[in-house]
Design a protein around this ligand. Structure first.
Ligand code: CS2
Length: 487
């Protein structure tokens, strides 16, 4: 069977790019090209190219893995987007990606591309842990391996900050305009966050460059949303059936998609609004809504579901007790928010519950459980602090925290059946040591540097609530704790 490429004959009814991809140059470099980018920004860009044209195709770049390049380059960047609704599946070919570069061992090619003035936007989905920026101070984390390496060898960068700064230095030296840096990771105020990290990094190596970046480089914030599980063999065989040829880069996702972007692009942007993106002045409330309601509930259900033996989000939602806790969490999170312009939070809650329950989206609880120390602060702890301040119930947030702690205890146990998959897993294991007492476990895990806010660490009611929920999990098991919590 043939591999998908520009020359392949595809079924006539299949939706294909409504423009000729090869007629459009590239204007974006995307760092961290994975399933999510393909199902989200690449689709908005495909819609923008169809609506208004422009040289806005995307050059993907992965810092380490060559997988995306191997999958997409032989296909001329084309891939199948499979959308699963409750009762129907549809497919579409996306043409917005031009090619993919693997930076490992070839940073020069990536830096040359980033130095090209035709590139006007550099977007990123590299995951929370890749940045190496301290959440509280906004400064760089000198212990982060990539940050440490790049500070001492800024001409041969291997990490996100080092690459961005080296590329901006080339622009500055060449007297060309900088690109706009568009962070699309699930972090609050992600634009300001990345800007602070880039500036701190640059100040350590070059003050003049730091001043230029401060004055000229724009870092709009964004809220991105589309539930997109990792591609599996099943995805590839479904793509095969739908398009009649081999597509190693196919991706499966839900029909829902949302992108809210701070409209600050001095060197222009694609007509992403043509694909439904919302261009606004301030993204903060949308971002908090999504992080606290969707991602917060996701993390809670990932730990509680995984430790109840449920592998997928949709299966968690068929368990009445867990489904009740998911709903409780989403509502509690919504009560910590300030009004979100144009959004009815009751309708948003209902749509989240439906999205999670979609049986055709096989989203693994173990996938979401990854990197807890990077995710919990903005998803669980920030709303917990607001709930405490406002005198609202903290039970849902304490339960989610206890579930994560139990996940850490079980995952670092001598008989552990799963790997923790957290950048701080060694520290977590050291802190837990041989401890078995819930109060001590809560205290030692709360001590992870810069993880829990002081307002929670010092709050007796918070600590005892988390501890009593953890006790139930340790003494019985997760299923009993879930049943008890849902009563
Ligand atoms: C999930 C997100 O893996 C996770 O932590 O919560 O990837 C989630 O699916 C997306 O943010 C949805 O937009």
């Amino acid at each position: 069977m043939k591999r998908l490429a520009t020359s392949t004959t595809l079924p006539v009814h299949l939706r294909q790019p409504a423009y000729l991809p090869s007629k459009h140059g590239s204007g974006i470099v995307h760092l961290g090209l994975g399933a999510f980018h393909k199902a989200h920004q690449a689709v908005y860009t495909d819609d923008a190219l169809a609506a208004e044209g422009g040289d806005w195709r995307i050059i993907g770049a992965n810092l380490r893995s060559p997988k995306a390049a191997e999958e997409l380059n032989p296909q001329n960047g084309l891939f199948t987007l499979i959308e699963h609704d409750l009762d129907k599946t549809s497919a579409r070919i996306i043409g917005s990606i031009e090619r993919v570069i693997t930076a490992k061992g070839n940073t020069k090619q990536l830096l040359d591309t980033l130095g090209d003035p035709r590139i006007r936007i550099v977007s990123l989905t590299v995951t929370e842990k890749a940045y190496g920026i301290e959440r509280v101070s906004g400064g760089i984390n000198q212990d982060h391996p990539a940050v440490a390496a790049d500070i001492s060898n800024p001409d041969n960068p291997v990490g996100v900050l080092g690459i961005l700064v080296a590329a901006l230095r080339r622009r500055h030296n060449a007297g060309t305009k900088p690109f706009t840096v568009l962070c699309c990771d699930n972090l609050p105020n992600n634009g300001a966050f990345l800007r602070a990290g880039v500036l701190d990094f640059t100040r350590q190596i070059d003050h003049t460059l730091a001043e230029w970046i401060e004055a000229h480089v724009s870092f709009p914030s964004t809220m991105v949303d589309r539930i997109t599980p990792a591609t599996t063999q099943d995805t590839l065989s479904r793509a095969n059936d739908l398009i009649g040829c081999i597509d190693l880069a196919a991706v499966e996702t839900e029909p829902f998609s949302q992108w809210v972007i701070e409209d600050d692009f001095p060197t222009g942007r694609p007509a992403w609004d043509a694909g439904g993106a919302l261009l606004v002045k301030d993204v903060a409330q949308y971002e908090n809504m999504k992080l606290r309601m969707l991602n917060g509930a996701h993390s809670m259900l990932a730990y509680a579901g995984f430790l109840s033996g449920l592998d997928h989000v949709c299966n968690v939602m068929t368990d009445p007790d867990l489904a009740k806790l998911v709903k409780r969490h989403i509502i509690a999170a919504s009560q910590t928010l300030d009004p979100v312009p144009g959004v009815d939070l009751d309708i948003y809650t209902k749509s989240l519950l439906q999205r999670f329950a979609n049986p055709n989206i096989r989203h693994e609880t173990y996938q979401i459980a990854m990197d807890g120390t990077e995710k919990l602060p903005q998803r669980i702890f920030e709303p917990a602090v607001t709930a405490l301040d406002r005198g609202q119930s903290i039970a849902p947030f304490a339960f989610a925290t206890a579930a994560w702690m139990y996940y850490c205890v079980r995952g670092t146990d001598a008989n552990a059946t799963y790997e923790l998959r957290d950048p701080r897993q060694d520290q977590i294991a050291r802190n837990i040591g041989a401890r078995k007492n819930p109060d001590e476990l809560v205290a030692c895990l709360s001590k992870l540097d810069g993880f829990l806010p002081k307002d929670l660490i010092l709050n007796q009611r918070w600590n005892s609530t988390v501890s009593s929920k953890l006790t139930m999990m340790l003494d019985k098991d997760m299923q009993s704790a879930v049943r008890n919590e849902a009563r």
